[in-house]
Write a protein of this length. Structure first.
Length: 518
């Protein structure tokens, strides 16, 4: 299935007791359907308190590395503290305690299962006089096994519930602290223009008839908008440009659904932070469906979610990795926020076009893949001709899934500062463990004909994502840096980079925008 995209943390091993336990529990559930447990009800704890992700999932439970958590309690707790993660107090310690209880219960259960097997043999081979005692012993063992299974299932659910709130590990070079601790690792483009309120993109867009927020508010509400004339053409050209650049670097284009199951979004770790609101604020638009048989659906906040979801529950052959995709679609964000200097105009809206880079690779490839993704983003923004910088983002700015994150910010003189235009994250195996994305490691050819080659093994992949183009943010940067004024400070037109001209669908000589290609 993955041939279309062919481009050329280690999981703790499951013990024999666990395999035996799972088989035993499966036999019991098949024999007694009424005893089947409902899917984990509080999976939504890692999402929104109001029920985001609470619909019953058809996917297996996430395969988290409980052993790694229990063996690194201090490290995991300190990591969550540095990231200011919304994690329950004592969550890491609870996982460690429950993991030890789980192991103890598993061992006890397997002893009981083995004893019942021996009693079964005794019933078949014993005399009639001794059979009644053996049958009674088997009955007692059956009841003890059922009680152990129930307790084990409850411990498993509770352990998962706590573990889902623990964020990904953090790269050792990541700065510690809030947004102010971000480290600038590179500055690109021309010398930034002076701050100038006349370069505000919203004022420019209105004067040149490029956008209309008033009509958007009347039709939909605040932070919804229309792009008009050259504004619409600019979005189209930017989208085509960034897609072409990604395809030239070996990315395969995918057009994704803009609606996803809330369970998929939750497993991706998608619950964006809003500094002006509490973590419980609903961040995604939900689609209500009266039919209970259908999972709850949400409008996707980024193509990252359906791109990751494409690989859900799949095993990829090692030779197919890395898989590099670029998806484009509409992104929907419910947290546009109150109007102000930091959010006005196109900078923060409820719906926007976004081209997203996504990579699935082996664990040993992800650092190199991240460097390559950042290089592509730098190439895209450099051709657009505005000043921008690359930041190594600190711990408090990392989403729960991110191991390391780079942001890119463009200079926006009308807005009066730097504004984010892109983000790149290495999520290591955070998403793949929740979505069950694995790859089959091929056996290595043995040098000796007499040596047996090891069997193929399964390992969780690493996933990475990055913004190729958040189109409205790029429009803000282009308008505020490209506006032309006469000696009387009157707006006369817009300078646009010539790299967009091949993708321009209209006549730049027409209309009041008066475009000049540079």
């Amino acid at each position: 299935m993955h041939g279309l995209f062919k481009a050329g943390r280690r999981e703790s091993a499951i013990t024999a007791e666990m395999i035996s336990l799972q088989a035993c529990r499966a036999r019991r559930l098949n024999a007694h359907p009424q005893t089947r447990r409902r899917p984990l009800a509080n999976f939504s704890r890692c999402n929104d308190e109001k029920g985001f992700g609470s619909s019953h999932s058809s996917l297996p439970k996430p395969r988290l590395d409980y052993r790694a958590i229990s063996e690194n309690v201090l490290f995991k707790s300190h990591n969550a503290f540095n990231r200011k993660s919304p994690m329950p107090v004592g969550a890491v310690q609870s996982v460690a305690r429950l993991y030890q209880e789980h192991r103890s219960l598993s061992s006890e259960l397997n002893r009981k299962v083995h004893a019942r097997s021996l009693v079964g043999d005794k019933i078949r081979d014993t005399t009639a006089c001794e059979k009644s005692d053996a049958i009674l012993e088997a009955k007692v063992l059956k009841e003890e096994i059922m009680a152990l299974e129930d307790r084990l299932s409850a411990v498993d659910d509770e352990m998962l519930s706590f573990a889902l709130t623990i964020p990904n590990d953090t790269h050792p070079e990541t700065p510690i602290g809030s947004e102010n601790a971000a480290v600038t690792i590179r500055t690109c483009g021309p010398t930034p223009l002076d701050v100038n309120p006349a370069r505000d993109h919203l004022a420019i867009g209105r004067k040149l008839n490029l956008l209309d927020f008033e009509a958007g508010a009347a039709v939909t509400g605040s932070s919804w908008y229309y792009l008009l004339n050259e504004g619409a053409l600019l979005e189209t050209a930017l989208t085509q440009f960034v897609l072409k650049k990604a395809i030239e670097r070996g990315y395969k284009i995918v057009l994704t659904p803009d609606v996803v199951k809330s369970d998929i979004a939750g497993r991706c770790g998608f619950h964006p932070r809003d500094d002006s609101a509490s973590q419980s604020v609903q961040q995604m638009y939900q689609i209500r469906d009266g039919a209970r048989s259908h999972p709850e659906l949400v409008l996707s906040g980024t193509a990252e979610i359906p791109l990751a979801g494409y690989f859900v529950n799949k095993t990829i052959t090692e030779g197919e990795l890395p898989i590099k995709l670029v998806g484009v679609g509409k992104a929907f964000r419910a947290e546009a926020g109150a109007r102000g200097a930091d959010t006005r105009g196109l900078y923060r809206v409820h719906q926007f076009t976004k081209a997203e880079l996504f990579i699935v690779c082996e664990a040993g490839q992800s650092d190199r893949m991240m460097d390559g993704m950042v290089d592509l983003q730098i190439a895209i923004f450099s051709e657009l001709g505005f000043p921008f910088r690359v930041l190594d983002m600190p711990t408090e700015e990392l989403g729960s899934s991110s191991y390391r994150k780079y942001d890119m910010e463009a200079w926006m003189p009308g807005r009066g500062g730097w504004g984010e235009i892109s983000s790149t994250s290495n999520c290591t195996d955070y998403q793949s463990r929740r979505l069950h994305i694995r790859h089959r490691q091929l056996p290595r050819q043995s040098e000796s004909k007499h040596e047996s080659t090891p069997p193929t093994t399964l390992a969780f992949t690493h996933t990475l994502n990055g913004t190729a183009g958040a189109i409205p943010r790029l429009i803000v940067a282009l308008l505020e840096n490209g506006a032309r004024f006469d000696d009387g400070a009157n707006l006369t037109g817009i300078n646009l980079p010539c790299c967009l001209k091949p993708f321009w669908l209209g006549s730049e000589e027409c209309g009041i925008a008066n475009i000049n290609w540079i």
